[in-house]
Design a protein around this ligand. Structure first.
Ligand SMILES: Cc1cc2nc3c(=O)[nH]c(=O)nc-3n(C[C@H](O)[C@H](O)[C@H](O)COP(=O)(O)OP(=O)(O)OC[C@H]3O[C@@H](n4cnc5c(N)ncnc54)[C@H](O)[C@@H]3O)c2cc1C
Length: 224
C-alpha cells in the first residue's frame, strides 16, 4: 500500500495462486469484512487477471475503511468480483470522464484500458475535482498520459485552488460548459452525491440523455 496523504491510500492486491479474475475496466470488488458486512471498492487499474489496485478514501471511517486501514502487507482479503456496470459499452467520438474524490478510481481504470490496452483513438477528456488542492495525486501519471496521447486531455479542479500548478477553482459542470461537449459525446460519472447531481442536472439541461451517460454512485444521495 501507499499513503498519498492522510485521506487517500492506494492498495495493490495479488490473487492467490490458481485464482483468475476476468474483469472489465471500471468494475468493482465486494470485500467481505470480519463482521460479515460487505463494502464495494472500484478497481483502479486496467484489467489484469492476477492483480488489482484500489484507491481508498479513508474519510468515512466506518467498518470498511477501518478494516482496510489496519491491513498489513501479506494479509488475505476475501472478495467477490467482478461486479458493476460502469464499463465502456460502445464507442463515441468524444468521451468525458467526470470524477470527484475517490470516484477517479474506476475512471482511471477505464481511461488506462482504452488508451494503453485498447489503443482507442477517440477523444478522452478527464475532469477531476477534489476538496483540496493538496489532496491531488497521480498528477505525473496524467501528464505522461497526455504527453503520449494526443486524444487525451485532463482538467484538475479544487475548492481551494489558488490557480497555481494548473489546478482551477471551478465546479465540474462549469468546466464542462467551457469545453462545450459536442452532441455525439458520451459521459462517464463517478463521485460524491453533490458532484453527481450537479453533473446530471447540467447534462439533462443540455440535451444529453441517459443513454449518453454511464455512472456509478459511491454514496447514495441523501433524500429530502
Ligand atoms: C460501486 C461502489 C464502488 C465504490 N468504490 C469505492 C472506491 O473505489 N474507493 C472508496 O474509497 N470508496 C468506494 N466506495 C464507497 C465504499 O463502498 C464505502 O461506502 C466507503 O468506504 C465507506 O464505508 P465505511 O464502512 O468505512 O463507512 P460507513 O460505515 O458505510 O459510513 C460511515 C459514514 O461515512 C459516510 N459515507 C459512506 N460512504 C461514504 C463515501 N463514499 N464518502 C463519504 N462519506 C461516506 C456515511 O454516510 C456514514 O456517515 C464505493 C461504493 C460503491 C457503491
Amino acid at each position: 500500500m501507499e499513503q498519498f496523504n492522510d485521506r487517500f491510500w492506494h492498495f495493490w492486491f495479488q490473487l492467490e495462486t490458481g485464482q483468475q479474475l476476468e474483469r472489465l475496466a471500471g468494475q468493482y470488488v465486494s470485500i467481505l469484512l470480519p463482521d460479515g458486512q460487505r463494502r464495494a471498492y472500484s478497481m483502479a487499474d486496467e484489467p489484469k487477471t492476477q492483480q488489482f489496485e484500489l484507491l481508498i478514501d479513508m474519510l468515512p471511517a466506518g467498518a470498511g475503511v477501518t478494516y482496510l486501514r489496519q491491513l498489513q502487507p501479506g494479509e488475505t482479503v476475501e472478495i467477490l468480483a467482478p461486479l458493476g456496470q460502469l464499463v465502456v459499452k460502445g464507442r463515441a467520438a468524444q468521451n468525458y470522464l467526470l470524477a470527484s474524490g475517490s470516484g477517479i478510481s474506476p475512471l482511471r481504470s477505464i481511461v488506462r484500458d482504452q488508451l494503453l490496452t485498447q489503443k482507442n483513438t477517440d477523444e478522452w477528456t478527464l475532469i477531476w475535482s477534489m476538496s483540496h488542492e493538496s489532496d491531488f495525486f497521480w498528477r505525473d501519471e496524467w501528464a505522461q498520459l497526455a504527453a503520449g496521447h494526443q486524444n487525451f486531455d485532463y482538467y484538475l479542479l479544487a475548492d481551494d485552488a489558488t490557480g497555481e500548478g494548473g489546478i482551477q477553482k471551478m465546479f465540474v459542470p462549469e468546466q464542462l460548459a467551457l469545453l462545450s461537449p459536442p452532441a455525439e459525446s458520451h459521459f462517464y460519472l463517478c463521485g460524491g452525491p453533490v458532484m453527481m447531481a450537479a453533473c446530471q442536472k447540467w447534462l439533462t439541461e443540455h440535451g444529453f440523455g441517459p443513454e449518453m451517460v454511464t455512472l456509478e454512485h459511491f454514496q447514495v444521495p441523501k433524500r429530502g
